[in-house]
Design a protein around this ligand. Structure first.
Ligand code: KG4
Ligand code: ZN
Length: 352
């Protein structure tokens, strides 16, 4: 461990309090304390409760990660933390906690964008990335097609103009009475359904656009449910779920194929909670194979929020000497594009 780069990664952008320790590119330990059960009775994440839970759990989660790896703060090379995008109260707990730990231990602080962390989740279990690569990021808050020409270099080729893919899953799941969290429950319901039962719209937007739109699809599902209810007709929930999921798969596959062709990238990587969906993974794997490109995706465990992806991105920022200073603050609306422009190498200001 002595001469390895040792990065502690901290993630608190939404409702998972997570931390991990990486030695080089090797995961030594990681813990995700999920708040799903706490928020389930409200049908969604309640921001103040999420912040309070992070406040309670961050210390114990970090202590557990260090203990499991037999490491102490003195062994660390740096502490990496997600500072946006996300819920402001949740982010503030992680950022303030990481700053306090880094300051007390005399270690550098590294600021990580949650979206880039989701992309880096791919390289935890797979060999070094081959650039240029295309990343499809599909989470609860974002749907992005990102071209990477090298480490920490991002060009957003397309993004959603309305709902994120995960948001559409969650809203449709709620309308179907499937509960929270919607994505995994909808995927399970869809296993018993016919994906061709309903022909929901697949918005492709204007020719050449790599942007996404999911609100028309979501509204079409809700309208179908409402009209069936008004007519007193029974509707098979698994059929609606499978048809909706199929429409999302079609939209993602077509846009991703167009982006692969347009960018010349030879590898597709996936990221974000929605990438845990088996139907979508298989569809994108097949689409990529047809184009002769390489397909990589993280294990479902690393698709959803975790500290390991933050630590790995922190590892590459450490190599690039991209450190934050003590003025680091939470940026709930942080975008990848802004981040890229602003992320010049800044040196850590050590006090004393
Ligand atoms: O990346 P993530 O954990 O948090 C954000 O950064 O947003 O993603 C959470 C989103 C939620 O919308 C959740 O419903 C969705 O990912 N999700 C899924 C599945 N597992 C999680 N959506 C579809 N199928 C799944 N199996
Ligand atoms: Zn996320």
């Amino acid at each position: 461990m002595a001469d390895e780069i040792l990065i502690l990664g901290i993630e608190t952008s939404c409702d998972e309090t997570a931390a991990a320790l990486l030695g080089g590119r090797r995961l030594l330990s990681h813990v995700v304390a999920s708040q799903t059960a706490t928020h389930a009775r409200f049908g969604g994440v309640v921001p103040e409760i999420a912040s309070r839970e992070h406040c309670l759990r961050l210390g114990p989660v970090v202590a557990e990660v260090l203990a499991e790896a037999g490491a102490g703060f003195a062994d660390l090379s740096a502490i990496a933390v997600t500072y946006g995008p996300g819920l402001v109260g949740s982010l503030l707990v992680g950022v303030a906690g990481a700053k306090a730990m880094a300051f007390a231990a005399g270690k550098p602080l590294i600021a990580v964008n949650h979206l880039e962390a989701h992309v880096y989740a791919n390289f935890l279990e797979h060999p070094e990335p081959e650039f240029p690569l295309l990343a499809l990021l599909i989470s609860g808050g974002h749907t992005h097609l990102i071209l990477m020409r090298g480490h920490l270099d991002y060009q957003v080729l397309g993004r959603t103009r309305d709902d994120a893919a995960g948001e559409a899953f969650d809203k449709v799941a709620r309308a179907l009475g499937l509960g929270y969290p919607g994505g995994p429950l909808l995927e399970r319901a869809a296993r018993e359904g016919d994906p061709a039962a309903f022909d929901f719209p697949r918005a492709m937007l204007e020719p050449g656009s790599l942007d996404f739109s999911f609100s028309g699809l979501k509204s079409a599902v809700l309208n179908t449910l409402n009209s069936a209810r008004q007519r007193g007709e029974a509707i098979r929930v698994p059929d609606v779920a499978a048809s909706f999921q199929q429409a999302v798969a079609d939209i993602l596959a077509r846009k991703t194929a167009a982006a692969l062709k347009a960018s010349g990238a030879r590898t597709l990587v996936l990221g974000g909670g929605v990438a845990a969906n088996q139907v979508l993974r298989e569809r994108l794997r097949a689409e990529t194979r047809v184009l002769g490109a390489r397909f990589v995706c993280p294990s479902p465990l690393y698709c959803t929020d975790n500290g390991a992806m933050v630590a790995l991105c922190g590892h590459y920022r450490y190599l690039a000497a991209s450190f934050a200073d003590w003025r680091l603050n939470a940026v709930p609306g942080l975008s990848l594009q802004d981040f890229y422009k602003k992320s010049g190498k800044t040196q850590l200001e050590f006090a004393g």
